[in-house]
Design a protein around this ligand. Structure first.
Ligand code: ADP
Length: 396
């Protein structure tokens, strides 16, 4: 049984077709520059196919995706009827969605009603949903929310220390993101640790372009570092993470910029890119630091220091720690960052084996046998979580 997973952005649409009989991805790809000109990158076991094709809107992009999946040379399907369901990544579910939901007109309206909380993400996600409805009428669709896994957070973790009326009136609170990734790797960690989830306190570290940590106690999220938006928390590729909120007004005054421009600066020109002036990509930062670039080295130090600090915070909040999990682009691949983070945490009983830390590409326990707290590297798979949820919601 095939499930198509869609992640629609403002000018892009990522897709993955999964065969749920063995949970394998049989095709994946990306439509870029939607509304500009249009480019398709489509990958199967037969190889990579790229093409420039007109994509005036997301519906046109979806038509091209379906054509690619059916193509005689690089396709994987005989008929589009083989696609039994579509699972969509939806960034913000607000307080409305504590779990995934089958998309109906009411659910679409509910997604729209929380769009103010994620104006850059939810509208394109909805566009993707509508494009699929147009191209595949009658095929059931499910929305899987980045925020849903964190809806188990207690009030003390999600309330900001601001006027409570602002929470009641505008829903200003911590929501957290990357929920599908934190869910997936925390469940894999439970399997690897061989104990019931109810007995485990885990900190999952999703270190990619966006970075967030999550405290998972007894199998549920009890705290996470991103907030009402994905700007809060750790230093990221281009996002500042935690700063004194007074800095925003100060930058606006000193640089004579608007609130919108200040927001852009903190979202797009900050983080490790802002500190280093080199790149948001850790491969570039590492190369620059090795050549003596001090700002690149400083950016990596700030990054690792903050990750370690949040692990300590969550160990305190959960009053214990059994395992730390590294995942996503940096967490899975950058053994240097893992080493830097873990070096701060020896007091907690963390000790990693350098030879195991140097390995890549598989789920692995990289701690020494005597370490009190396990350190795991687990490749994330957000598409699989979306496909599994879609299958479960539709009772396939
Ligand atoms: P996204 O948040 O966009 O899904 P990813 O999880 O793919 O991002 O992470 C992307 C980041 O992972 C890149 O910007 C880069 O910094 C980092 N990365 C990817 N591969 C490596 C590598 N081999 N070594 C170090 N960092 C890497």
């Amino acid at each position: 049984m095939y499930i198509l997973v869609i992640n629609a952005g403002s000018s892009s649409l990522k897709y993955q077709l999964l065969d749920m009989t063995n949970e394998s991805a049989i095709a994946k790809g990306l439509c870029e520059r939607i509304g500009i000109d249009g480019r398709l990158v489509h990958e199967t076991e037969k190889g990579k196919h790229t093409a420039d094709c007109a994509m005036p809107d997301h519906a046109a992009a979806m038509e091209i995706v379906i054509a690619a999946l059916l193509d005689a040379n690089h396709g994987v399907l005989k008929s589009k009827d083989e696609i039994k369901a579509v699972g969509h990544r939806v960034v913000h579910g607000g307080e409305t969605f504590t779990a995934s939901a089958q998309i109906t007109d009411e659910i679409e309206a509910a997604i729209e009603s929380v769009s103010d909380l994620a104006p850059l993400h939810n509208p394109p996600n909805l566009t993707g949903i509508r494009a699929c409805k147009k191209q595949m009428p009658g095929v059931p669709q499910v929305a899987v929310f980045d925020t849903a896994f964190h809806q188990t957070m207690p009030e003390k973790a999600y309330l900001y220390a601001i006027d409570y009326d602002l929470y009641k009136k505008h829903k200003i609170r911590r929501y957290g993101f990357h929920g599908t990734s934190h869910k997936y790797v925390s469940e894999r960690a439970v399997d690897m640790l061989g104990k019931p989830a109810s007995q485990l306190k885990i900190v999952t570290c999703h270190l990619g372009n966006g970075v967030s940590l999550c405290a998972v106690n007894g199998g549920v999220s009890v705290d996470t570092s991103m907030g009402m938006t994905p700007l809060e928390g750790l230093a990221m590729g281009t996002r500042c993470g935690d700063i004194d909120p007074a800095v925003v007004q100060y930058i606006m005054e000193k640089e004579c910029i608007s609130a919108q421009q200040a927001g852009d600066m903190l979202n797009k020109k900050s983080g490790v890119l802002g500190i280093s002036g080199v790149s948001s990509d850790f491969r570039d930062l590492c190369a620059a630091a090795n050549e003596g670039n001090e700002r690149a080295a400083a950016a990596m130090e700030v990054f690792a220091y903050r990750v370690a600090g949040y692990v300590g915070r969550y160990a305190a909040c959960m009053n214990g720690l059994d395992a730390v999990v590294f995942t996503a682009g940096i967490g899975e691949n950058d053994c240097g960052i893992r080493e830097k983070v873990c070096a701060y945490l020896t007091w907690f009983g963390i000790e990693i084996d350098p030879a195991k830390n140097a390995k890549r590409g598989e789920a692995l326990d990289i701690s020494t046998p005597s370490a009190k707290v396990r350190v795991l590297v687990i490749p994330t798979n957000e598409e699989l979580v979306i496909a599994r949820d879609t299958k479960a919601i539709l009772k396939f």
